[in-house]
Design a protein around this ligand. Structure first.
Ligand SMILES: [Zn+2]
Length: 76
């Protein structure tokens, strides 16, 4: 597997999946797409405050944003 995102509990959703659900499959998601999905283009991790693209962020069931490292450590 060349995927850089580790296996995660089902409780997390990846931002890109949220975008696909809301605005459909696209090769690139623009500002309006993020707005429609309710996901900022740049987000900060709830725990370490690292900023990242909304599309690669992990969102838990409560709507909090996590980076891959913190999500993994947290183990929810
Ligand atoms: Zn983090």
């Amino acid at each position: 597997m060349s995927n850089s995102i580790p296996d995660l509990p089902a409780a997390y959703r990846v931002g890109i999946d949220l975008l696909r659900d809301k605005v459909g499959e696209k090769s690139a998601y623009e500002w309006d797409d993020h707005k429609a999905a309710g996901l900022p283009m740049i987000v900060a991790c709830t725990h370490c405050t690292m900023t990242m693209a909304g599309a690669s962020a992990l969102i838990d069931v409560d709507g909090y944003i996590w980076c891959a490292d913190c999500a993994e450590t947290r183990g929810a």
